[in-house]
Design a protein. Sequence first.
Lengths: 449, 330
Amino acid sequence: MNIQSRKRELFKEFAPRLETTSTVSKIYISFLIAIILVGIYAFYLQMSEGQIVTGMRDNVVWGIYEVNFILLVCISYSGAFISGILHFFHTPWKTAIARIVEIITVLSLLIGPIYILLCMGRLDRLHYLFMYPRIQSPITWDIIAIITDIVACFIYLYLTFIPDFAILRDHCEERDIPKWVKKMYKTLAIGYQDTKTQRDRLHKITRTMSAIIIVLAIVAYTVLAWIFSLTLQPGWNSTIFAPYFIVGGLFSGVAFIIVTMYLVRKFYKLEKYIRKMHFKVGGIILLILAMLYGYFTFTEYFSRWFSHKAIDTDLLDKLFTRYFWEFILANYVGILGPIGILFFKKLRTINWVTIASVIALVGIWINRYLIVIPTLETPYVPIQDTRVDYIFYAASWVEIALSFAGIAAFLLMFTLIGKLVPLVPMNYILDSHLETNKVKQKVNKEISE
Amino acid sequence: MKNKQIEEGATDRRKFLKLGLLTSFTAIASTSIITNLAAQEEETEKEATGEVMRLLTPDGKIVEVSASNINKYPEAFITPEESRKGIPDRKFVMVIDLAKCKNARKCVEGCQKGHNLDYHQEFMQIKLIQDNPLAEPYWFPKNCMHCDEPPCVKVCPTGATFKREDNIVLVDNERCIGCKFCVTSCPYSARIFNWEHKAKFDDKSQPYSPETNVPGATGTVMKCDFCPDLLRQGLLPHCAQSCPEGVIYFGDRNEDIVTNGAETVRFSELINKRGGYRHLEHLGTKPNVYYLPAVDKLYELEDGFDVNEEVKERYKNVPYVQELKKQGKI
């Protein structure tokens, strides 16, 4: 089978999704937009009234915005890490999921930092970060890390898209696709003709970029963890926070990828490409990460509990009383649950692996909540106040609305990207096609010799 | 007498401020009071009442200055730039004598009045601390510790909070982006945040200076500033001035002297003889607020409950207070 006809075939297979929009997906998209609009109203309220409309007060100055920020940014870093690994080591089954992972990486990296901006009291002074930068502040490190990461991930994502844009450009003429989309394909393909030199060069660059984003992801994780661990606060000031965040981040990232895989497989009818094998492998990786993450969580809390410094004891008392159920959900159900499911070979089915991933995601969100909020409620100098909202944090509707708006924005952008380009990279399918051809030729040659 | 001087000064302060801005070009960033005055001398000649004072500059020159200028000077506008340097050759320290505190809350009120704060906004907070289960709790006035290793300054991404040469840690609310990282890294919970807009923030009758902290700004951080505007006038901070018991001593480590207004004592002697300590010494923040332990207390703990109901409620979770309540003492 020659490459050109295969390309045509692939285009035929993926094109219908690019052409029409069904009623269901129209309703779905308007629903997402509605949620985002509520979020925008909440944002407007916060901007005009001040952060008094949030649940944050003088003791707990960072709320669920910070939790969402950590979770999304960690998912993004692990997306970068995983897609870097997939590409760098030529993982054979990467074809079906590579693009999904890359899109997750970029989208969560776009939405995540918005939450840290929502935490800021003076958004109008954002440029001061660049006008009066102080390099010794971990926030400055984080900004540098995030910006570098965004740029690198965009470049990487774009590189993996180029051959697909070329295929789309070459074949879209035959189809009823809006003119601006055709034009867009042409511009974005930047004259890629899939010659051997071009293909080799692109492979080389993509490979280099994949190595770079692995390193960047590790750096960015570390700096994010340092925002907490470099302070003096109980529960934050921990030497293992950087590796703990890396492992926890990878755990949440893999879980998130599995859930997305499940949804994409179901709604985009990609059963042919995203197979049980992917969930099986994903399940095993999630199992290993869950055990590592559980180990880190145990060490972290156990050493605090055993040495029982006064301030740590105060914090743990709070975790074991006021936050008892959250603690059980985050650190028992959220870790032992997935392990319990994935440990059994029989349960590594598509549905069960997805259920384990959902449990893991909920668990890690609560775990992040328990890292950020109870510490702020347990300062060295005891809080002696009569105002309940100054003693304990409770998220307000504004914060919750904006959290859901983030999820909606993620889904919306994912859907829109899915409308413009195939969610399974055509060029990877071709690559594996070429690879098998090569092997076949080699074998044929050997036989004939 | 000092109060009278300020009143006189206030009447034509605007004129003076304009002048101060003009002269700051000639005496760029000069922090020396007397040198500044000498520079203004020529320009204020017309207004001079005729009374002339002779003063000694730090570099040993004698200059003649119009007396009216000296009255006006204390309220001079210190620009945000100047306020980053601090008052030369000073190392301000505070000593709080816990044995004398009876939770009269006059320091809190004085501070709130001086900084135009609301009822619940407290730069100076009074905590009820119990060191161990056997010890009786004591009142613990707590403001910003103006640390020598300030965790807040370390983490500020824009330099909005800064450490000055005279030991004071200030916040420039025109530079602050409200990221609140300083609030989370301060182990003394010294910082408060302006969560919403308030009418008093619009009061632009005085130009803003980080030294006065007034007016505040929405979405920025505030905290105790050791009242550098008063220090420049040779006055004690609001809290030390308002304390009826003389609990709060304030002074200069370079001179080794602290005073509570009534008595002036050697700082090192006070710390050595009375077992002075710093709160949370083990964290390595090196505070500049020292505490004299609550031994041989002058007042009963119950005396401290002669406050309004809201304040009383604040301490209800302290086990000792619950005990006292049971016994019907408060």
